[in-house]
Structures are given as C-alpha cells and as structure tokens.
Design a binder for this molecule. Structure first.
Ligand code: SAH
Ligand code: SF4
Ligand code: F3S
Length: 446
C-alpha cells in the first residue's frame, strides 16, 4: 500500500468519448473523498476499468486486465468494473470474477460512485439497473485536468436502433441534460483554463427535442458560443438524418464553431443503409455534405465505416469506396462488422461475409483513405493556419503541438508556455496523420 495517507485511484478507460468523460467525472467525484488519480496501478488503492462493448472481443481485453490487476488486489487494492459491459453483462461479470472484483457498476451509476466505492470496502457490490429520467442527475463536478480542451456531455443514451449497435442497450434511452447546466459546466471549465469544448452525445442533433421548452441543438450551439473566453466549439456525434438546416446555418454565423465535422456514414450502399436502419440514403448524405461545404468552405469531414455488415456484396462495398472518393473524407474510423449480443442485426446473420473478404475490404478502404489524407495534407503546405496550442509534444521538448480548426494535429518548434493560445502556424510538411509547421509570427502580446 502507498506510504502516504492520500488514497489513489487508477482508471483504465476503453471506448468512446462518453467513457472518457465518465472517467473524468469519476476522478472528480472520488477527489472529494481524497482519492488522487495515479497512472500506476501499483500505487492504487482503487482500480477501475471503464469498459466498452461496441465491437470485437471486449471480454478478452477485460479478462487480461483483471488478471494483471490480481496481484494489486491481493495486496489490498479494491478492483471494479464500470462502463458499458458492466451495464449489459453485469450479473455474469459479477459471478465470473467473484474472486477478483469487488465492484461492478453501469454508466447510470457514475453519479453515485462515491457511495458505491465506500460500500465496496466491506462487501461486493453490483449496480447495473437503468435509472429513470427523474432519478438521474448529471454530475456537476468538473475537472479540466489541466488541459486546453474538454468534453461536456449534453445527453445520455440513444433512441435510435441502428441494427448493428449495442449502445442503446448499454446506455439506455436518450435523455437531454438541461441546457442551463451545460452552460454552467462550460463556464466552469473556461474558468479553469479550457479554451475548446466538445459537446458530446450519441446523437447530438436530437438534443432537447423531447423536452418542452428546451433549446434544440442549433440553439444550444449559439448559447454556448456566448460564453466569454471560449474560443472553439466542437461536437460529436452527429447523425446524418438529423443534420438540419439550422445547424448548418450555425457554420455561417459562429466563428467559434470549428471547421470539422465527424459525420458517420457507415456505408455507401443504400441497400445496406436500409438494413442498418440508418434512415438516410447516399443522396441525402451527399446533400448534407454539399450544404456544409457551402456554409463553411474548406470544412473537413471525417466518418465511421463498417465493412462486412451481413449481406454486404462486392457491389455494396464498391459503393462505399466510391463514396470515399465522392466526399474525399479527411479521415475515418473503419471497422469490420462485429456481431453484438442482443442487436437486431443478429437476425441477418444468415448472410455473413467471409472473414478474409472482410479483411481485404477493410485494407482496401484504409489504404485509399490514407492516400487521400496524405494528399490533402501535402496540399496544405505553405498555408498559414490558426492552431490552439495544447502543450509540449510527446517526443521532443523543443516541439509543441496543437490542432487546427479542421482538427489536424500539427507539431512545430515553440515554447510550451504557449499552451492555451491560438497562434498562426505555417505548414511546412504533410504526413498521413499529422502536419509539421513553424510559427508564422509571434503571438499577440508575446
Ligand atoms: N452514435 C454514433 C456512433 C457510436 S458507435 C453514431 O451514430 O454514429 C461508434 C462507431 O462504432 C459507429 O459509428 C460504427 O461505425 C461502429 N460500430 C458500432 N457497432 C458496431 C459493430 N457491431 N461492428 C462494427 N462496428 C460497429
Ligand atoms: Fe448506435 Fe445508431 Fe445510436 Fe449511434 S445512433 S449510438 S450507431 S444506435
Ligand atoms: Fe463503447 Fe459504450 Fe462508448 S459501448 S463506444 S463505451 S457508449
């Protein structure tokens, strides 16, 4: 056990921005009971793993993590499983790991983490019920963890039923967080030094629609943009069906809104989009892209792609490849379809795609995506772009890094004291995943 009296918590986070956010909230809440975050499980009194079940074999990752933590538990640390697997497979995990795990709790119970950890000191605890909307309270404690960018949740859950997706079963029905509390959190984070906020939810475009009198998503963007000192706004994730003209208009009106949008398309084939129950077609997607580019010339677009969804033919896949060319995505996350427990797509599994063919399609997509990215980055050489400095680069103390408004990572020589400032950087080289540059001029006041 650590020799000092402070308690320490180690959190391993898998999955998406919702889990990153939940882990930050867990740290903020446990901080009130004297827990300090540590990056070393060997120093920890409490070890938590925030799990994700969206793809592939999360059970294996979890099993190996729990195995690695066994010696720490034997010396007295408590071990807990949180996140999406804890939600949908809590009972099994609680039984399977009865000798290795003290606490299992789903995302709805993050706000109660202090009480759960306290209870787990004397007995094993399982808490994975869904809370109804009246009993759920979004956590108000904030921590920027010293960073210039922070996530702010605007909704939990998802009311869509995309046939491949387990998220509605792990995060429950969509619930919008009151806009006043969102603005309050943004203000608190800006006061802690944050300059860039990313509003997060599984389908941000449907924010507020179920709540009489609440702002809608576009109105929320305008409201958040009024917070003094906030320089940049991003948001994720958007659903192409729900990307309305009012949000597109915001790209004309709000300079704080960054020139990048992640707009998951999943497939370029109308036949597959129907089978996935995405409720838009390729033409609608391309129309949204055209409107966005009209509203904000040069906006960069990234996406998510699933290859090998049940029944995907060579022709369907060619439609995905041609969509990649038609949009010219600046980046993408692409995944092999992975059958998830309880999802509607399991009923389509009589038409599985051969795993070798799936792998081939993934490689073809990713190779072409990387070529497009590299070409786009090379075209930027000699341009000057505003960059929000995040701090020293991981590899070289003389080099600092940050992101352009269009979300490209750029490294350039400079002083880490510029963190939090927006500086003009001339791009000198383009690589596949990042840019290299040099300060174009001294920042104002420096
Ligand atoms: N709410 C977001 C995405 C959440 S999951 C949206 O609607 O776009 C993140 C990504 O994981 C998805 O966009 C999808 O591309 C991928 N994904 C989800 N379920 C999957 C599955 N069963 N197999 C493979 N990829 C999946
Ligand atoms: Fe899953 Fe679809 Fe909801 Fe995204 S919108 S979380 S893919 S069900
Ligand atoms: Fe994974 Fe849950 Fe996010 S399943 S992708 S951590 S909502």
């Amino acid at each position: 056990m650590p020799s000092d009296s402070t308690k320490k918590v180690f959190i391993k986070t898998f999955g998406c921005q919702m889990n990153d956010y939940d882990s930050a909230k867990i740290k903020a809440l446990l901080g009130k009971d004297g827990y300090e975050p540590t990056a070393d499980p060997g120093q920890a009194d409490l070890i938590l793993v925030n799990t994700c079940s969206v793809r592939e074999k999360p059970e294996q990752k979890l099993r190996s993590f729990i195995g690695e933590m066994r010696p720490h538990r034997q010396r007295g640390a408590k071990v807990g499983i949180a996140g999406c697997m804890a939600q949908h497979a809590g009972e099994q995990l609680f039984k399977r790991y009865r000798k290795d795990v003290d606490l299992v709790f789903g995302p709805d119970h993050v706000p109660q983490v202090r009480a759960l950890v306290e209870q787990a000191q004397s007995e094993r605890v399982l808490q994975n019920s869904f809370l109804d909307d009246d009993n759920y309270a979004f956590v108000r404690e904030t921590t920027s963890e010293g960073r210039v960018g922070a996530f702010v949740t605007i909704q939990k859950g998802c009311d869509n039923k995309c046939t491949f997706c387990i998220v509605p079963a792990t995060r429950g029905m969509e619930l919008s967080r009151p806009s006043a509390l969102i603005v309050e959190e943004v203000q608190a984070l800006v006061a802690q030094g944050v300059r860039e906020i990313t509003l997060i939810g599984q389908n941000v475009n449907s924010y507020g629609l179920k709540v009489p009198g609440e702002l809608n998503f576009a109105q929320l963007l305008y409201r958040v943009a009024e917070v003094p000192g906030l320089q940049r706004i991003r948001y994720t994730t958007s659903h192409p069906r729900d990307m309305g003209p009012d949000v597109i208009q915001a790209y004309r009106d709000l300079p704080q809104l960054c020139s990048h949008l992640h707009l998951p398309v999943q497939s370029g084939s109308d036949r597959l989009l129907r089978r996935m129950k995405r409720y838009y077609d390729r033409a609608r997607y391309l129309d949204v892209v055209a409107q966005l580019r009209d509203a904000r010339p040069g906006i960069s677009l990234t996406t998510d792609i699933i290859v090998g969804f049940p029944g995907e033919t060579d022709e369907d896949f060619e439609h995905t490849m041609s969509l990649l060319e038609a949009v010219g995505f600046e980046g993408s996350f692409s995944f092999k379809y992975s059958a998830r427990p309880g999802t509607p797509a399991l009923r389509l599994s009589d038409e599985p795609v051969d795993p070798a063919r799936m792998q081939e399609r993934l490689m073809r997509f990713q190779t072409r995506q990387q070529e497009l990215q590299l070409a786009a980055h090379k075209r930027l050489v000699d341009q000057v772009m505003p960059v929000l400095v995040e701090g020293a680069s991981k590899w070289d103390e003389q080099v600092i890094c940050g992101r352009t408004s269009c979300f490209r990572m750029i490294n350039f020589p400079g002083d880490a004291s510029l963190a939090g400032q927006i500086v003009d950087v001339r791009i000198t080289r383009g690589f596949t995943n990042s840019l290299r540059g040099e300060l174009a001029e001294s920042p104002a006041g420096a």
